[in-house]
Write a protein that binds this ligand. Structure first.
Ligand code: NAD
Length: 295
């Protein structure tokens, strides 16, 4: 059992914190959104009045925040959390952020003698709830070995892909592929439907054919094809369009940094930007089908 401070209790952080509670850890939790804190506190966590209060006696600090600016804002600068975390604690940031931001925060943590990992996740809200997430880890091997039992309480696969920031690079590669695949799956279904095909039958065929993917089988973008997919509940819950847009922007930045060409990633970034401008930024990212299908 570890004393864990968990900061950021949104769509992902909330269920991840619940799994740590179920595994018997003692949790201090904090989020800017009081309702999110209350619901985890009702499950047995201690509600902290601030991030600083949450980390006072922490052995492990975990953050799950939207973007680079939130993570840098939390940990760095005057009044930043790194100055308040006990010296022997382990810090794990599970947010998806820029690799450069992850390296910056890890370097500042190291200056304070704190061990830190970037450990972004894959598996969506369903994986967070089921405790089957994939952790994509950047940092030192011995730090990962300290973190491994805690990560195993929230996930099923743990990949060590390199030093600080490498977890973020690998996560962006995965999400760039996902963003492109989701958009083209919506496009393919729209083409079939325009020819009078049934989206469900088309999806079932694709799911056992070479066009199969997570987008056809688990998070199908066409309403009514899969009962549990966000598309069948008005694209609510799931992985927000604007979070995918953020990740594709980070992938584009990462590509510029090394002179890589990512034509499909850039095209997909524009599609998610158009979906956001159409007012769908808060919907699940599979709502990009609205742009590609023109509905
Ligand atoms: P979310 O917007 O649902 O939750 C983020 C939470 O952070 C919110 O509750 C917000 O109030 C809180 N927050 C923001 N700044 C804070 C601060 N300074 N202190 C305390 N709390 C703060 O986002 P999410 O869907 O949980 O995603 C979190 C991260 O995980 C993102 O980086 C996202 O890209 C990544 N991710 C999400 C999914 C998914 O399916 N939703 C999957 C994999 C990775």
């Amino acid at each position: 059992m570890s004393k864990i401070a968990f900061i950021g209790l949104g769509n992902m952080g909330g269920p991840m914190a619940l799994n740590l509670l179920k595994a018997g850890h003692a949790l201090n939790v904090y989020d800017l959104n009081g309702t999110a804190v209350t619901s985890i506190a009702e499950a047995g966590a201690r509600a902290a009045a601030s991030a600083a209060a949450a980390v006072v006696d922490a052995e492990v600090v975990i953050s799950m925040l939207p973007a680079s600016r939130h993570v840098e804002g939390l940990y760095l600068g005057e009044g930043g959390l790194l100055a308040k975390i006990p010296a022997d604690a382990l810090v794990i940031d599970c947010s998806t952020i820029a690799p450069a931001a992850a390296r910056k925060v890890a370097a500042a943590a190291a200056q304070r003698g704190l061990a830190m990992l970037d450990a972004p996740v894959s598996g969506g809200t369903a994986g967070a709830t089921a405790g089957t997430l994939t952790f994509i880890v950047g940092g030192e091997t011995e730090v990962l070995e300290r973190a491994r039992p805690i990560l195993a309480d929230m996930g099923k696969n743990i990949f060590h892909v390199g030093d600080s920031g490498a977890g973020q690079v690998a996560k962006l590669c995965n999400n760039m592929a996902l963003g492109v695949i989701m958009a083209v799956t919506g496009e393919a279904l729209a083409l079939g439907v325009a020819h009078g095909l049934d989206a469900k039958v088309l999806s079932q065929m694709m799911a056992v054919s070479t066009g199969r993917s997570w987008a056809t089988e688990v998070c199908n973008p066409w309403p009514g094809v899969l009962d549990n997919a966000p598309a069948s509940r008005g694209y609510s819950g799931g992985f927000g369009n604007d979070l995918m847009l953020k990740d594709l922007g980070l992938a584009a930045e990462a590509a510029v940094g090394v002179g890589a060409s990512i034509p499909l990633g850039e095209l997909a970034r524009n599609l998610y930007a158009m979906n956001s401008r159409a007012g769908n930024g808060g919907l699940d990212f599979s709502s990009v089908v609205k742009v590609v299908a023109g509905n």
